[in-house]
Ligand binder design. Structure first.
Ligand code: HGA
Length: 607
């Protein structure tokens, strides 16, 4: 959410700032803007909507200046208009912000009472005025920022530009991520290492409460108590090339197709193929004393957690709680000693999940995280980091991160089961063997892309779509419905197949397609019965199953999609593919913006 970047460069920076924004646009695309200092004044260009509008604006009216900041916005306070676009500026100061200033209202009232006038409806603008006011009264930029930061409640990553000091920028973070990049006679700020990838690989991650003064010579970092501190400079693995669509029309399509490779990459880190064992990145992390697992996540990651609940309970016989991160800490859950709290997030920065993690920490829980960004806040706060190796995920609708999360969670469930004495070596070997089959099976599922595309035509005219599944197929039904809602804007709901008769079946008529996810196996016949209840009421069913399932129950369906026959353990990874492809093709046929669907953004760093 909201991407920020700042450059102190040797040459004009506007073009490189915009290039950085392209790499951050997945975080928000309500508006974009850039500001520099030149000719002794702050100057800026801003445009509503996608980044292209800013590019056009800059083409017509270029912006010189060797120090600058830029922003791509996902609006929280104030409509997505040009006047609410960042950078927000006074004569002395311009700044960009990711986060929410929760006490902006009293601060704004206070500033207005002192005669300051506001140009936007954002929470952010108060920060520009607070800093500017002090600078106007003669404070140095450093002193001004030092005085203002403690007044801000909520979450922020800030990059601040000063008219009178065109050779420096000040950054600060609390709750939202911010990194410092070290170049050759240049220094950078960015929301993440990806934004800075073409500029530098040398990255320092700011800690909570840190603030930083950057100049061309380097960075001076201070902690929340204003003590000078060193933050290690790491070499980031992300390359400039990684965010290319390749031959694909959309990032989402590319990421769906990457799944066999990235799931294999991920599994490699958790399976010892030579001796048929599962393993953890921290081999001596003791799981034997874990008495309960609490899984907390949001959105697609939540559904990965929901699948994992089945595995943890079935394999390890450990009781599992599962909650949405946004609800978790507000119900003040009782967390007993010996508990492991497991957080799942693609970015590792999701504000709700991070807050939940800190609550669990305060309750004496061991903390494990499944994240795709190993340098993220969650990764750094975990006792047990369980990385997915999906590579950067740019499409706002998560795909490959989900299947990689499932791969990690399956391997983790087996580790837990072994540690609890619930897994014989033979059973462990079986699990390793099945997991190792997942990449090829996912590849097999991708082979049905054309059939799914053809089927998508039936879904395009629908106003509502239902997805049904049982067992671990139930979270996949929920995920399928979420994907369809996110990118095609068709209303969709996922239900546990057996729940239909308790209410939702009233929705069924010939206009509501019902997508049944039902691999053949122990739950198949029960799901088929629910499917037949739908068909008996005129409902149009699309059956996604394997050859045996389609043979047994495909008759009378609107369409069938045949998946490879797989072991139930890897079925969620395989059956995720057709629901992703279906949503993708429906969205393409409807002409929506697949990679940047309306109102959404990736990496949700606000509560
Ligand atoms: N609150 C600011 C920044 C929004 C943001 O960081 N979103 O993720 C605004 O609304 O402009």
């Amino acid at each position: 959410m909201c991407g920020i970047i700042g450059i102190i460069g040797k040459d004009d920076v506007a073009e490189r700032l915009v290039d950085g924004l392209k790499r951050l646009e997945y975080r928000g695309y309500d508006s974009a803007g850039v500001a520099t200092v030149h000719g002794g004044a702050i100057d800026r260009r801003r445009a509503e909507g996608k980044l292209n509008n800013l590019v056009k604006e800059l083409a017509g009216s270029p912006l010189p200046g060797t120090t600058g900041i830029a922003h791509t916005r996902w609006a929280t306070h104030g409509a997505p208009t040009t006047s609410n676009a960042h950078p927000h500026a006074t004569g002395e100061v311009a700044l960009v912000h990711n986060g929410i200033i929760e006490n902006f209202k009293p601060l704004r009232d206070e500033l207005i009472a002192r005669g300051r006038t506001f140009d936007s409806q954002t929470d952010t603008e108060v920060v520009a005025h607070l800093v500017s006011e002090l600078v106007e009264q003669g404070a140095s930029p450093k002193d001004a920022v030092r005085q203002v930061l403690p007044r801000l409640h909520g979450a922020f990553a800030l990059a601040i530009l000063f008219r009178s000091h065109p050779d420096m920028l000040i950054g600060a973070r609390l709750g939202s991520p911010l990194v410092v990049g070290y170049g050759d006679g240049e220094t950078y700020l960015g929301s993440d290492a990806l934004a800075l990838a073409p500029l530098t690989q040398r990255i320092a991650y700011l800690e909570e409460g840190d603030w930083v003064v950057i100049t061309a010579q380097g960075a001076e970092i201070f902690d929340k108590d204003n003590n000078p501190v060193e933050r290690p400079v790491t070499i980031s693995g992300v390359s400039g090339a990684m965010i290319d669509k390749g031959n694909h029309r959309h990032f989402m399509q590319k990421e769906i197709y990457e799944q066999p490779v990235v799931v294999a990459q991920t599994l490699k880190a958790y399976l010892q193929r030579m001796d048929d064992r599962v393993s953890l990145p921290i081999p001596d992390f003791d799981l034997s004393a874990i008495r309960r697992v609490t899984i907390v996540a949001c959105g697609t990651s939540f559904y990965a957690g929901m699948v994992a609940r089945y595995w943890f309970e079935q394999f390890a016989r450990v009781p599992v709680d599962l909650d949405f991160a946004s609800e978790f800490r507000y119900r003040e859950p009782v967390m007993e000693e010996g508990g492991l709290a497991l957080f799942i997030s693609q970015s590792g920065e999701t504000a709700d999940t991070l807050a939940a993690l800190r609550y669990a920490r305060s309750q004496g829980q061991k903390i494990a995280v499944v994240v795709n960004v190993p340098t993220s806040s969650m990764a750094r706060e975990a006792d047990l980091l369980l990385p997915t190796h999906a590579g950067p995920e740019i499409g706002v609708a998560s795909t490959k991160a989900f299947t990689c999360q499932l791969a990690v969670l399956a391997a983790f469930a087996a580790n837990l089961a072994r540690a609890k004495g619930r897994l014989t070596p033979a059973e462990e070997k079986e699990i390793v063997r099945h997991l190792a089959e997942a990449p090829a099976a996912i590849n097999g599922a991708l082979a049905y892309d054309e059939a799914i595309e053809a089927m998508a035509h039936h879904i395009v005219p629908a106003r509502d779509v239902l997805y049904l599944g049982r067992g671990t197929d139930y979270p996949i039904a929920l995920e399928g419905a979420l994907k369809l809602k996110e990118i095609s804007y068709i209303h969709a709901e996922g239900y546990a197949a057996g729940e239909m008769k308790h209410g939702p079946i009233a929705l069924i008529d010939e206009l509501v397609p019902v997508i049944c996810i039902a691999p053949s196996g122990p739950l198949f016949e029960k799901t088929v019965s629910n499917m037949q209840e739908v068909q008996a009421r005129g409902g149009k069913v699309v059956l996604i199953s394997d050859y045996d399932g389609v043979q047994a129950a495909g008759e009378g369906c609107l369409a069938t999609i045949t998946m490879p026959k797989v072991h139930p353990l890897i079925a969620p990874m395989v059956y995720a593919v057709p629901v992703q492809l279906l949503a993708y093709h429906v969205a393409v046929l409807k002409g929506t913006d697949v990679d940047q669907p309306r109102n959404l953004a990736k990496s949700v760093t606000v509560e």
